[in-house]
Design a protein around this ligand. Structure first.
Ligand code: EPU
Length: 419
């Protein structure tokens, strides 16, 4: 697949739109749904059909389970026949790390390639390794392969995370759900995707308290079961993306069937720069003003502004009436889109983990390439407001994270063709 998007900028996007199910929640839930070994089935609904979820299903199949994925519904059953995942598949995504937690609950010896995922800075796995070692796992890693032995059932422990890593928190929760005794995670990540994972595991018979807080307690059990259904929460990053696009194009978009509190930091920023934000129980309506005020924004763990929206906020800052600063404390090097944006006429400087953006930029269409999911989305945002035509390459990354984003934008009035 080497498709490109051709965007002719200038259209205001207007109308109603529904975001898909959460990518990052679905990735953790697919791993957790493979935990039962009693022949029962776990059904996940509202799963986004993107390459990351398809690859997670491939891994579960490769390990010996039965998996079906159609109409945004995944059904997983069967037992693990295998406990090796080659690097060629693990390096395609970060969430392959979840199979460490999953496999170590039922196999004494496993081997997986290192995870891949977006190139958005250093992404070590030390927090995962330290926590699982604490629970009784012995690691013998080489340059390419994570090799781990768990001679006995994993042991529940008190585990302090030096950083509230999202995937590490989920991985420990997954491993702890079948461990012997109680696991307490201190300084856990608080993202809604973690709460969604815990809600799924609760339906599967695991007692968990504190999900959504920095202290989560998991009571391990041998009786984890399927024969349950779980609906994945709406994607807060797609919701935020649509909200930013509405403001950028000075359009009038209503995002329906979302969970507004999951985007409260973003909505309060959009409101502070002049957007009228109306929140109803499951809907967000945005009426942007003609002038955008400059802003100072810091990306921090939830409930702060999501790092995944940082590249899109940079596009917003190029249109503000003055100088804005964006600082990313989660991935301090996540600015790989900067050169492409400068090639479209944006004025900016990078200082350590901050971008200074000099506002009032008249973006011009160009040929650009996105290097990660959110970078390619930011370039789409830039194309929607640029003068002339923007040709965007790197769509592989877009399809890893957003199902049909271009179709949704066309539905709202964007001038996009797929070449
Ligand atoms: N970190 C460590 N050691 C570890 C793990 C993480 O030092 O063992 C550091 C990282 O280097 C980074 C910080 O902790 O500086 C945050 O990383 P975190 O572990 O929270 O990120 P992640 O769990 O690998 C998930 C999402 C990302 C999202 C981040 C932050 C998944 C599969 N990925 O990654 O999603 O940006 O949390 O919210 O859930 C995306 O969707 O575009 C994406 C990259």
């Amino acid at each position: 697949m080497n498709k490109k998007l051709i965007i002719t900028g200038g259209n205001k996007l207007c109308g109603d739109i529904i975001p898909s199910g959460s990518k990052n929640s679905a990735l953790a839930c697919i791993a957790a749904a493979s935990l039962p070994e009693d022949g029962s089935t776990v059904i996940l609904k509202n799963v986004p059909h993107i390459s990351d979820t398809v690859i997670m299903c491939q891994i579960v199949r490769m390990l010996g389970k039965q998996v079906s994925f159609c109409n945004n519904t995944i059904a997983i059953s069967g037992t693990f026949q295998n406990c090796t995942i080659p690097p060629a598949i693990t390096k395609q995504l970060r969430s392959s790390l979840y199979f460490l937690g999953v496999l170590l609950t039922c196999k004494q010896e496993i081997s997986c390639g290192f995870p891949g995922g977006d190139q958005i800075g250093t992404r070590p796995i030390d927090i995962h390794v330290d926590a699982l070692s604490n629970m009784g796992v012995h690691f013998h890693n080489t340059a390419d392969i994570i090799s781990a032995k768990a001679p006995h059932r994993l042991k529940g422990q008190s585990i302090y995370l030096k950083y509230p890593s999202v995937v590490a928190t989920c991985n420990i929760i997954i491993a702890a759900s079948k461990a012997d005794g109680k696991t307490i995670i201190i300084n856990a990540a608080r993202e809604p995707e973690i709460v969604d994972l815990c809600n799924l595991l609760t339906k599967m018979g695991i007692c968990i308290t504190g999900a959504g807080t920095e202290c989560i307690t998991i009571y391990g059990s041998n009786h984890i079961h399927g024969n349950i259904e779980h609906e994945i929460i709406p994607d807060r990053i797609e919701t935020g993306t649509l909200a930013i696009i509405s403001v950028l194009t000075r359009g009038n978009v209503t995002i329906r069937n979302c969970i507004p509190p999951h985007n409260i930091a973003l909505l309060s920023l959009l409101s502070s720069i002049g957007t009228e934000v109306t929140i109803e129980e499951e809907h967000i309506h945005l009426t942007p003003s003609d002038t955008l005020k400059p802003f100072q924004a810091s990306m921090t763990p939830y409930p702060g502004l999501a790092t995944d929206l940082q590249p899109l906020l940079a596009i917003l800052a190029t249109q503000a009436n003055g100088t804005s600063t964006i600082t990313d404390f989660v991935f301090p090097e996540r600015f790989q889109y900067m050169n492409e944006l400068q090639n479209m006429g944006a004025q900016m400087e990078k200082h350590l983990n901050s971008l200074i953006l000099f506002g009032n930029s008249k973006l011009k269409g160009n040929k650009v390439t996105g290097n990660d999911i959110r970078a390619v989305t930011a370039l789409i945002c830039a194309g929607l407001i640029a003068k002339g035509t923007t040709e965007i390459d790197g769509l592989y990354h877009l399809y890893r994270g957003y199902p049909d984003l271009e179709q949704k934008l066309m539905h709202l009035g964007a001038n996009i063709t797929i070449a």
